[in-house]
Design a protein around this ligand. Structure first.
Ligand code: WTA
Length: 681
C-alpha cells in the first residue's frame, strides 16, 4: 500500500540538515515504523506511553475496538483500566520530572502589537492549580461539563487544563459563535458552569463577549435550562488591582465595552483566583474517562458533540506533534488556529505542552494592523515551526511577496497547513516565498473526530507533492472505496475511509451513540467513513478532494448546509432555502443561498440584509452568506428532493448541468440562471 521506496521524479525533498536530526529521518524508517504501528499497535503506542506518568497500569488489551456495525456496538478503547491525568502529564511532569519549570510555555501576543506576556511552565501550573481549586469551590466535580467561551488568552488554556486536572469535561465554544449557538451547545452537553471574558478585539472590532454569553444564558432559561454560574475574566476592563491575573491591562481604551453583571450568577475570575490555593492534587482518571466535548457541524444541521477520552488523545496528540513538526527542545512553535477549534485543542494546548514545547499564543488577525503581522511575529519570537490554514495563505498571497520579505524569517524550519485541501498554487507560494524553498510543508489532513493528524507527510522522511497530504500517520490504515463499498487498489478515486482505529479517534457523539454509529460506520460496515473524497495517484500518494456530504468548508471551518438553511427559513419571509458552496479564491468555499419567499413578499436589499443578519445571529459570523438569490422555485425531483448538484452549477454559472431528466419542472432552471447573483452581498 505504501511504496517501498520514496517515489522519485516530481517530488520535493527536505534538506540534508533537517534529515540529520530528524526523529524520522528517511522514508525507509517511516515505512519500517509504519508497519510496526499497524501490525503491533500495542508495542508501537506502548513505546509512546513510556514517556508519560501512569498512576496504575492498564488491564486488558492496549487497543480494543469494534468497527463493524453488523457485529454489535461500535467502540474504541485504549489502555482501559490505566489511571492517569493529562494535566499532570503536560504540566507537573514537565516542571518536576523534566525540570522545565522555567521554560516558556507560551508567549502570548495580543491583538494589538506590543500587548504581550510570557508564561513559564511553572507559572502555568500554578495558575491551573489555583483555577482548579476555584472550580472545585464552585462545586464542579469529575465528569461535570464546563462550557468555556473565551478569546485567545492564556486563561483559556488555564481553564481547560483546570477542568482536565479535576476530571471535569471541557466544552469549548469558539468565541465567534453566536448566543444561539452557545445556548445550543450548553444545553446539549448540560453544562453546570460557563467561563467567559468581558470582551476582546478582533482587529479593530470590539466583541462584547459577556453580553453575548448573557444572551445565551437567557436563551437557555427560555428553554427551561438553568445554568446559574458564570465566571468572567476581565480581559479589557481596566482595574488597578487584578490580583492573580495573567492578563496584561489592555493597551487600548474600550469605551464601548459593555459588561452586564448579575451578582446572583456572575463571578469574577480575578477575585476567585486571588484567594485560591496553589496546591491541587490531580484527580486520577481512567484512560477512557471523557476529556472534552467539541462540537462540529453535522449534516442534519444539529452540531455533534465529538467526545474524546484521556489517554488515547494524550498519546496521539503528543506523538503527532513530535513527529509531524519534528519537534526539538529549542523550537519555538506557532499554530495560528483558535483554541475554539480542534486544531487549537490538539496543537496549541495538549500536543505542544505534552512535549514541553514553547509556543506562541496569538490573539489577533493575520491582517491587523497590516498584512505583515504574521512575519513580524515569526521574527520577533524566532519561530521555527509554523502551522496555519490554506485560507490564511491565500489571503496573504493576494498582497504579494513584499510584505513577507520585509521580515527575515531565517528561523523557520518547517511549515504546516490544515483545514482544507491546499491548492498547489498556494502551496508553492508558501514553500517558495514564505519558506524560501528551505522548509518542508506538511499538509496535514485530519478532523475534529480524528483527534490528530491522520494523513500527513513527515517532514524529513516524506518527499512532498504540492497539494497532497501524502501518506498515513502511524497506526492509520486508509482505504478508498467505491459507491458499492469495494476497496479500490492502485490509482483510484472514491470515499476515504479508515480500516482500524488509532488511539486519538473520537469515542462517541456526546449523548447520542446511535448518531455516532450512523454518521461514521453505517454506510460501509467495518470502516470509519471520513465524509471526504480522495484520490490515490500512481505513486500511492493520497490527495484529499473535499467533502462529499452536505458539508461546506468555509475558511477551513465546516458548516452544514442544513444548519444555514434552517437559520434562513426561520425568517418569516422565507418559505424554503437551499444552500450550496461556490468556490472562493481565499475562503475555499463561499455560501451561495437560494431562498424562496412566502407569497406576497418582495425581495429587496433590506430583506437581504435581514437574512444575512439572521444567519450571523443564529450561527455566527463564519456562516455569513456571500450570495443570496431570490428563487421563486427550486429545482426538485419528482419526489420533491432539491437537486443541489444543479444549484451548485447555477451558482458557478456553469451551463453543463449533466442529467436533469428527473427534474419535475425544467423551466425553473432558466429562471434561476437569469436571476443569478453576480456580486457578493
Ligand atoms: C477538511 C480540522 C484537505 C476535511 C482539523 C475534513 C482537509 C475537515 C485538510 C475537518 C487537509 C482538514 N486537506 N482537507 N490537509 N485538513 N480538511 O473537523 O474536509 O474542523 O473532513 O478539523 O476539514 O474539519 P475539522
Amino acid at each position: 500500500m505504501i511504496p517501498d521506496k520514496a517515489p522519485g521524479d516530481d517530488v520535493l525533498h527536505a534538506s540534508g540538515d533537517l534529515k540529520k536530526e530528524a526523529h524520522i529521518p528517511s522514508f525507509e524508517k517511516y515505512k519500517e515504523l509504519y508497519i510496526k504501528s499497524v501490525e503491533s499497535p500495542g508495542e508501537f503506542w506502548g513505546d509512546v506511553a513510556k514517556d508519560f506518568f501512569w498512576k496504575t497500569k492498564y488491564t486488558g488489551k492496549f487497543l480494543d475496538y469494534n468497527f463493524d456495525v453488523t457485529k454489535g456496538e461500535i467502540f474504541v478503547k485504549c489502555m482501559e483500566g490505566a489511571t492517569t491525568n493529562i494535566c499532570y502529564n503536560v504540566l507537573d511532569r514537565n516542571v518536576y520530572e523534566r525540570k522545565l519549570g522555567d521554560k516558556v510555555a507560551f508567549y502570548w501576543e495580543g491583538n494589538e502589537p506590543g500587548d504581550e506576556k510570557t508564561v513559564t511552565y511553572r507559572e502555568l501550573l500554578q495558575q491551573v492549580c489555583k483555577f482548579a481549586n476555584v472550580l472545585k469551590s464552585q462545586g464542579v466535580k469529575k465528569g461535570d461539563r464546563v462550557s468555556i467561551y473565551m478569546p485567545m488568552v492564556v486563561e483559556l488554556v488555564v481553564a481547560m487544563l483546570a477542568c482536565a486536572r479535576i476530571g471535569a469535561v471541557h466544552s469549548i465554544v469558539f468565541a465567534g459563535f453566536s448566543a444561539e449557538s452557545l445556548c445550543e451547545r450548553i444545553m446539549d452537553s448540560q453544562c453546570c458552569i460557563l467561563i467567559t471574558a468581558d470582551g476582546f478585539y478582533r482587529g479593530d472590532k470590539l466583541i462584547n463577549l459577556k453580553l453575548i454569553a448573557d444572551e445565551a444564558l437567557q436563551k437557555c432559561r427560555d428553554k427551561s435550562f438553568t445554568l446559574d454560574k458564570c465566571i468572567m475574566l476581565k480581559h479589557l476592563t481596566k482595574e488597578e488591582a487584578l490580583s492573580g491575573s495573567l492578563s496584561p491591562p489592555a493597551k487600548r481604551a474600550c469605551p464601548d465595552l459593555q459588561v452586564p453583571w448579575n451578582p446572583e450568577i456572575d463571578l469574577c475570575w480575578h477575585s476567585l483566583i486571588g484567594g485560591a490555593s496553589e496546591e491541587c492534587e490531580p484527580v486520577w482518571c481512567d484512560s477512557e474517562d471523557p476529556l472534552f466535548i467539541l462540537y462540529t457541524s453535522g449534516s442534519t444541521g444539529k452540531p455533534k458533540g465529538v467526545l474524546h477520552t484521556v489517554s488515547g488523545y494524550m498519546l496521539y496528540t503528543a506523538a503527532t506533534f513530535k513527529m509531524v513538526f519534528d519537534y526539538h527542545s529549542d523550537d519555538v512553535y506557532w499554530c495560528t488556529a483558535d483554541i475554539g477549534w480542534i486544531t487549537g485543542h490538539s496543537y496549541i494546548t495538549y500536543g505542544p505542552l505534552a512535549n514541553g514545547a514553547t509556543s506562541v499564543l496569538f490573539e489577533g488577525l493575520p491582517t491587523y494592523p497590516d498584512v505583515s503581522r504574521m512575519w513580524e511575529i515569526v521574527d520577533k519570537y524566532h519561530i521555527s515551526k509554523f502551522y496555519t490554514a490554506p485560507t490564511a495563505i491565500r489571503l496573504l498571497m493576494k498582497y504579494g511577496s513584499e510584505p513577507v520579505q520585509k521580515y527575515k524569517r531565517t528561523s523557520l524550519k518547517i511549515l504546516g497547513t490544515v483545514g482544507e485541501p491546499i491548492n498547489p498554487e498556494a502551496w508553492q507560494w508558501y514553500y517558495n516565498v514564505v519558506g524560501e524553498k528551505k522548509c518542508p510543508v506538511v499538509d496535514t489532513f485530519w478532523q475534529t473526530e480524528t483527534g490528530g493528524h491522520v494523513m500527513t507527510p513527515l517532514p524529513a522522511a516524506t518527499p512532498m507533492k504540492p497539494g497532497s497530504a501524502t501518506f498515513p500517520f502511524f497506526g492509520v490504515v486508509p482505504a478508498i472505496l467505491n459507491e458499492s463499498g469495494e476497496e479500490l487498489e492502485g490509482p483510484s478515486e472514491g470515499y476515504l475511509v479508515f480500516k482500524q482505529p488509532w488511539p486519538g479517534l473520537m469515542r462517541t457523539v456526546y449523548g447520542n451513540h446511535e448518531r455516532f454509529e450512523t454518521t461514521y460506520f453505517k454506510k460501509f460496515p467495518g470502516y470509519y467513513v471520513t465524509g471526504d473524497g480522495c484520490r490515490r495517484d500512481k505513486d500511492g500518494y493520497y490527495w484529499i478532494t473535499g467533502r462529499i456530504d452536505d458539508m461546506l468548508n468555509v475558511s477551513g471551518h465546516l458548516l452544514s448546509t442544513a444548519e444555514v438553511e434552517s437559520a434562513l427559513v426561520e425568517h418569516e419571509a422565507v418559505a424554503e432555502a437551499a444552500v450550496v458552496g461556490r468556490p472562493h479564491p481565499v475562503k475555499g468555499e463561499s455560501l451561495y443561498c437560494f431562498v424562496t419567499l412566502n407569497d406576497g413578499i418582495n425581495y429587496n436589499q433590506k430583506l437581504e440584509a435581514e437574512l444575512k443578519k439572521q444567519v450571523r445571529e443564529k450561527i455566527g459570523a463564519i456562516a455569513t452568506p456571500d450570495y443570496i438569490q431570490n428563487a421563486p422555485s427550486l429545482p426538485k425531483t419528482r419526489s420533491g428532493k432539491i437537486m443541489r448538484r444543479v444549484l451548485r452549477k447555477i451558482a458557478c454559472n456553469e451551463r453543463d448541468l449533466g442529467d436533469v431528466s428527473t427534474l419535475a419542472d425544467s423551466s425553473v432552471i432558466e429562471q434561476l440562471f437569469e436571476n443569478r447573483c453576480c456580486t457578493a452581498v
